[in-house]
Design a binder for this molecule. Sequence first.
Ligand code: KIV
Ligand code: NA
Length: 264
Amino acid sequence: MSRVTVSRLRKMKQEGEKIVSLTAYDASFAWLIEDAGVEVILVGDSLGMVIQGRDSTIPVTLDDMVYHTRAVSHGTRESLLIADMPFASYGSSGQALASAARLMQEGGAQMVKLEVTGEMTEIVHFLAQRGVPVCAHLGLLPQTVHKLGGYKIQGRGEAGEALVRDARAMEAAGADLIVVELIPVEVAKRLSESVSIPVIGIGAGVDCDGQVLVLYDMLGITPGKRPRFSRDFLAEAGSVPAALRLYVESVKKGRFPGPEHRIA
Ligand code: KIV
Ligand code: NA
């Protein structure tokens, strides 16, 4: 099979086939994840926490992201590879393009992900016009944790409507994909129905076009408490390959996330 493309993801959305995504940080896991049938691999800046042991994603540098993206890219041939743009690497359009270029040229990413608000359409448009596929990350934006004062559910009440507007604005600006994190299930459903680009959720209910989890959370090996919206697939399945297959099957059949993973 050839590389998963943005048009293939769009077609999956149109046909109601769930998109499966997971994070990876190295070639070995990337290979296993791809082998299990995961369409989208994300080199998340969550690596700051699960690989580097920091207490947020803010210390992660562009060099860190390039290093891990390159490692993951050597372990995949078919999954679409997305790399996170780290904190303060997209303060202006020019800086964003330079950062994206490193992740694509040195790292081998096919798409970059930016944590955005509706104010940031200009940067997304600038990248899209220059051939950079963009994933817009909306909802809880972990890179703003110190401003938020914690990892809190976003998009409650009127803020939900604003999120739907932001998603539309991102599509109009040229984004090819949206990730929504930690928002109410109904908001995620409305948001997904409001755009024609695919919406992948984490802690956002089953009605998104696809699901993503942090690999170490779904294997139950993240230190501390597992997030309530995640599930320990390794404990259930008994081996890493079986856990990955169970995750793919559960997402494809709409069995994950279940009601027990609902957070809002
Ligand atoms: O960094 C990450 O792992 C992410 C996912 C949680 C979407 O951004
Ligand atoms: Na991230």
